[in-house]
Design a protein around this ligand. Structure first.
Ligand code: PEP
Ligand code: MG
Length: 902
């Protein structure tokens, strides 16, 4: 072709020209109609206008050059194939104009049926239908209604009113009682409504109808509900929709016609069988509108055995071809079956695993593909207890689903009361404005935690996730009054002892008890169900796919745990060590007072006494953990509390002292405490005296911990065990901080381990942006790095991790500034870049440097793929997310396309 010959862009594809892999261009519906056409299945002929045409139209506000002519050419060839012309008065071809984007957006965009009908062709249609006037006029009134609403924005209620009016005049509630004359009258009424709202007559020219309908489908990509849906489902905004122009077939031509939907397996459980619904003498939209009740698909066998058998044959063929669960829409027109749509069907989390397992058994897919077809979010869903929502329950409030699951119990407002009631065998829900480390015992005792403040990384949320406990945070409609032991929400007052139910997935709060069921998948991970013998398709499928993920993955998976019980559970869940033991959690409860003494110590003596009292307690903690993780690495992080968590609250202390002074009591001790708390008070505790800073300021604190770790390791080894401790220094920003701590630690370790054979690694967290940017220097003093992505996100973005999610993230999400909270899924461009730099420069300075991550992101599916790609050695996450991380690490290893099983 000569260079000056413009190559015309192809905007229209006949069904016979496309295939299922062209979803980007033809949308899901168009690609699959093409695929079925090419399989030789009975698809009504038609063509697809591409998403590119839509995008060009949406950018410029007009149809791209060449589109009109291409539509004309395809229409002509369709007319030739059907032997009918669009809108021909005697024997009209009618078409539907249907949207169809790459990802299914059910009901979000527009469809216009019966295009090509007008005052003359309505008669031709009646003749085609064997003189069925009623059918022809009904089709015509549907066109005016849909076209008016969709294309010309005529308010839909006006049409509904006119229809109601006619039914009322006739004394009936049923559309089917209207005869041809009634419907002819309705067409007149509809035309008047159309003219009143648009200032023009209903277009009689079929080609004009077609063009306007196509344009309306393009426009519907940007309809408000479609935009909202995309945001919610994280579907990119710039894909555009394709438009399918399809020959009309009619399911409403009499009792030998009908329409239905079918699934090749049960999308709820994955079970094999025939699932679907059928409605005789009806069009698709009647099924949606619920005008009449559908019957189970099996009953079609009695009504029309030939079509039924043909349909079953096609379903088997489709499933074999797509190698997956397919869902199908079909119509029978006077005994002839037509396929209107198919696609790989949506399914529940349980069905996703079961079906993947079945398809492997059937030899349709291999285990890599099965692993690709499920994802961590689905596995996580299956691991939580859930409400049996067979009754309708109305939530009274909605907060943030901070830690998934379902919990019901009596409301308590203090940790102590939670422990008391739990000891009596009660289920309790701990309700607080927000939790703090002192609530730990209550959180352990409670079935669930409900707070009126705080986001997904608030204390309540992080700790609850760590324990696998249900938590709703930031339910700000709740007025929590702890001293009065009650909360109010709307008109309801809930007192201590009243029962509430919380759903940690949806964030919904219910009054009263909603029944809860345990998860069999957790029972399996706990070792309570044997996958080899149990007759449970889900457990068997999960076992099989997890085994494959473990074999495939390169990333190791560790856990964040600071008690022996958590360590033991995580190990049962497949953890290969501890990536973060937060030692500050070991300083709570009874020991809190020792820490307070240590921090506020006025002299060396007082401080040393406090440390001496803490040493044996810490040693015992570590012995327990090393034993549970025998043979596996355990990263113990030196203490990192924001200081305020260990000091009495300043305001309360000041009030107490003032009141006591007023009463003339002796308050010398309290005054000294108050002075010390004032001295140490910080406006920004998260940026204050914590982590390594605390260790450098309070002499002997880190030394005591290092000694306890080394002594514990030696004790375990002397008992015949294997302890592999890794000491981790938090909040390092400069190599000099680490070098100072390291020098002292090495001295103590050498002294303690002697010839016991214990080896202790020393490394650091990378959680301050400066540490990431000077990783090359820091690696000189560190045998490993563990990325603390919670603080790295906090300091990278300058977002207070305890406040911002509840405060304004909703607006950021609404504006699309980010699609998901960066505290939940790693911000790969910014925070992720810091990680890349640190990994690269760290390894350049020290080849073989061990790299891991222990922030909340370590258990987030998308983030796990990122950490795999960056080349980390392991991720560490809370015990309940260990299986999710194992699965996603396996998926990351077998796929380069990321987790896209939408
Ligand atoms: C982190 O900052 O990511 C981290 C693991 O430490 P913490 O959450 O205890 O601050
Ligand atoms: Mg941190």
């Amino acid at each position: 072709m000569a260079a000056h010959d413009p190559v015309e862009h192809k905007y229209v594809y006949d069904f016979a020209e496309g295939n299922k892999d062209l979803k980007d261009l033809l949308g899901g519906k168009g690609a699959n109609l093409a695929e079925m056409t090419n399989l030789g299945l009975p698809v009504p002929p038609g063509f697809t206008i591409t998403t590119e045409a839509c995008k060009a139209y949406l950018t410029t506000g007009r149809e791209p050059d060449g589109l009109a002519a291409q539509i004309e050419a395809h229409l002509e060839s369709l007319e030739r194939e059907m032997g009918r012309r669009l809108g021909d008065p005697d024997d009209p071809l009618l078409v539907s104009v249907r949207s169809g984007a790459k990802f299914s957006m059910p009901g979000m965009m527009e469809t216009v049926l019966n295009v090509g009908l007008n005052d003359r062709s309505v008669v031709g249609l009646s003749n085609q239908a064997g003189g069925n006037d009623r059918f022809a006029w009904d089709s015509y009134r549907r066109l005016i209604q849909m076209f008016g609403k969709t294309v010309c924005e005529v308010p839909g209620e006006e049409f509904e009113h006119a229809l109601d009016e006619i039914k009322r005049a006739k004394g009936t509630h049923n559309d089917l009682d209207l005869d041809a004359d009634d419907l002819r009258g309705l067409v007149d009424a509809y035309k008047q409504i159309f003219a009143k709202h648009t200032g023009r007559e209903f277009p009689q020219e079929p080609r004009e109808q077609l063009d306007l309908a196509i344009r309306a489908v393009f426009d519907s990509w940007n309809a408000e509900r479609a935009v909202l849906y995309r945001r919610q489902e994280r579907i990119p905004a710039d894909l555009g929709t394709a438009v399918n122009v399809v020959t009309m077939v009619f399911g409403n031509l009499g009792p030998d016609s009908g329409t239905g939907v079918a699934f090749t397996r049960d999308p709820g459980s994955g079970a094999q069988g025939i699932y679907g619904d059928y409605l005789a003498n009806a069009q698709g939209e009647d099924v949606v509108a619920g005008i009449r009740n559908t019957v189970p698909l099996q009953e079609l066998e009695q009504l029309d055995k030939t079509s039924y058998d043909q349909l079953l044959g096609i379903m088997a063929r489709l499933e074999e071809h797509y190698k997956d669960l397919c869902d199908i829409e079909f119509t029978i027109e006077r005994g002839k079956l037509w396929m209107l749509q198919t696609r790989v069907g949506k399914r529940t989390a349980a069905a996703a695993f079961v079906i993947a397992g079945q398809l492997v058994d059937e030899g349709l897919i291999d285990l890599d593909e099965a692993l690709h077809r499920v994802n961590g979010a689905q596995l996580a869903q299956l691991m939580f207890p859930r409400f049996q929502l067979d009754h309708e329950f109305e939530p009274v409030a909605k907060g943030i689903g901070a830690s998934p699951g379902a919990a019901s119990g009596k409301v308590v407002f203090t940790s102590a009361r939670a422990v008391e009631l739990a000891a009596e065998g009660e289920s309790v829900i701990l309700v607080r404005r927000e939790t703090n480390p002192d609530d730990l015992n209550g959180m352990i005792a409670a079935q669930g935690i409900l707070t009126s403040r705080g986001g997904k990384t608030s204390h309540a949320a992080v700790v609850a996730r760590g324990m696998g406990k249900t938590c709703v945070s930031g339910a700000d409609e709740l007025e929590v009054n702890v001293p009065a032991k009650k909360f109010t929400v709307g008109d309801h007052v809930v007192n201590e002892g009243d029962v509430v139910s919380i759903d940690g997935t949806t964030g919904k709060v219910y009054l009263g008890e909603v029944p809860v069921m345990p998860s069999e998948v957790v029972q399996y991970f706990e070792g309570e169900l044997d996958p080899e013998t149990i007759d449970d398709a889900l457990v068997r499928a999960v076992h099989r796919i997890m085994t494959h993920a473990d074999a495939a993955r390169r990333l190791r998976v560790r856990t964040n745990a600071d008690t022996g019980a958590d360590a033991a559970r995580a190990r049962r869940f497949g953890a290969e060590g501890i990536g973060l033991c937060r030692t500050e959690h070991m300083f709570l409860g009874d020991r809190r007072e020792l820490v307070e003494r240590l921090i506020l110590a006025s002299g060396e003596r007082e401080r040393e006494d406090a440390l001496a009292a803490l040493l044996p307690l810490q040693r015992a903690d570590f012995i327990e953990i090393f034993r549970e993780m025998d043979g596996l690495p355990v990263t113990v992080r030196l203490i990192d509390p924001p200081l305020h968590e260990f000091l009495p609250p300043l305001e309360q202390l000041a009030v107490n002292v003032a009141v006591a002074q007023e009463r003339g009591e002796d308050v010398a001790k309290e005054e000294a405490l108050l002075a010390a708390v004032r001295r140490m008070h910080e406006e920004n505790p998260m940026l204050g005296l914590r982590g390594v800073r605390l260790g450098l300021v309070i002499p002997g604190l880190f030394a005591m911990q290092v000694r306890a770790i080394a002594e514990a390791a030696v004790a375990v080894v002397r008992d015949g065990g294997t302890a592999c401790p890794e000491i981790m220094v938090p909040l390092v920003g400069a190599v000099q901080e680490l070098e100072t701590v390291r020098a002292e630690a090495e001295r103590i370790i050498a002294e303690v381990v002697g010839d016991s054979g214990v080896e202790v690694l020393i490394g650091t967290m990378i959680e301050v942006p400066r540490a990431a940017l000077t990783a090359g220097q820091i690696a000189e003093a560190a045998e490993f790095f563990s990325f603390g992505t919670n603080d790295l996100t906090q300091m990278g973005w300058g977002f207070s991790r305890d406040d911002v999610e509840g405060a304004f993230f909703w607006r950021y999400l609404e504006l699309g500034i980010f699609g998901i909270s960066p505290f939940e899924s790693i911000d790969t461009d910014g925070v992720g870049r810091l990680i890349r730099i640190a990994a690269e420069e760290g390894r350049a300075a020290r080849p073989g440097l061990k790299l891991g991550v222990c922030g909340e992101h370590g258990g987030d599916p998308d983030s796990v793929h990122f950490f795999h790609e960056v080349g980390l050695d392991y991720v560490s996450c809370s015990p309940f997310r260990v299986p999710v991380a194992r699965l996603e690490a396996g998926r990351a290893a077998i796929t380069t396309t990321g987790s896209d099983s939408r």
